[in-house]
Write a protein that binds this ligand. Sequence first.
Ligand SMILES: *Cc1c(COP(=O)(O)O)cnc(C)c1O
Length: 409
Amino acid sequence: MARKGFITTNLHSDRRGEPEHGVLHKPVHPSVAYGYSDARDLAAVFQGKRAGYNYGRQMNPTVTALQDRITAMEDGLATIAFATGMAGIAAIMLTLLRQGDHFIASSFLFGNTNSFFGTLQNFGIEVTFVDATKASEVESAIRENTRLVFVETIANPVTQVADLANIGQLCQQRGLIYCVDNTMTSPHLFQPKSVGASLVINSLTKYIGGHGNALGGSVTDTGLFNWESYDNIVDTYRKGDKTLWGITQIRKKGLRDMGASLGPEAAHHLAVGSETLTLRMDKACQNALVLAEFCENHPRVSRVYYPGLTSHPQHELASTLFGNFGAIFSLDLDAQLDCFDFLNKLDVVIASSNLGDTRTLAIPVAHTIFYEMGPERRASMGIGDSMIRFSVGIENTEDLLQDFEQALA
Ligand SMILES: *Cc1c(COP(=O)(O)O)cnc(C)c1O
């Protein structure tokens, strides 16, 4: 049978196997624990000899259904869901790295990821930040104790596009774990497996959930990394199917021991939201391009950052890799305009910190999400005081255009 398309596979995934009562939507299962009429079965589940559920911190049927959807979307091997995207990132780093290890990260990172990588240094895990738009910069930073490379697809807020394919090749040649945060592109625009990613992170809170009503994160193992050669897999998990060693360690240590588990209600919201990912994302990308082009030609805007603009340094790369350009763009206002005055004039667009919602949101970056890191680090990331980031939603294009027109007038 021919392999079905992205949307069809996702929509019908709940009905694979034999869903309870023939349900079309996977139900919310709030039960924390599971009873067994034969106590030997309970033991077998604990020992991993039999499939089944034991305690909600590690597994829940509603969450499993969501994990399977993400695995299908990313064309991966297996996925673990977490309470948030940050919990997923933390689980990877804390379970796969040890004191004395080194990793390389893009300098252009989500603010909280950047902050967390700083925290890791307190535990003796070293990080080097490099310009990930050039694989050569990553290569120069590799040391003997380098274990892992971490990049985002399209960075936020300046929208740099990482040199994803070349970094992938490099990681493969040097035996490094390649982590790609796919949040900004989502598996609809891009599958990091296609550039050799080992682990793919998605903040489900953003485009996959898409409605700003539930937090969640996921880590997908693409099956491309050879875990047998990775010393940091502990003996307990060096058993059975070798391809699953990495994701098992992330699940057991990261989820079971650290406990940032996704709840079933949130999983349900995220799963329902994911069904319209492609429709929402296509519309949001289309709106973003129209608005970015409008702003680029507006005299009161000094600069626009959006991979869809031919002026963007990685425009060609983004069009080859993603086929579309995402729904985030940023701008620097003309020096005469105050960013707060401009934001307050916007009527349809809401001043808010989230992204990937159906509604268009805007945030003055230097004064909010990147405030804590201070002016120097901001400058090194290309973030000026008047920069505003937009997360473009799915409103009627005309209404957004009019809102920008009147607010800039
Ligand atoms: C939001 C975000 C995260 C963190 O996700 P949460 O679900 O908010 O914890 C990680 N990476 C990127 C690129 C993000 O935009």
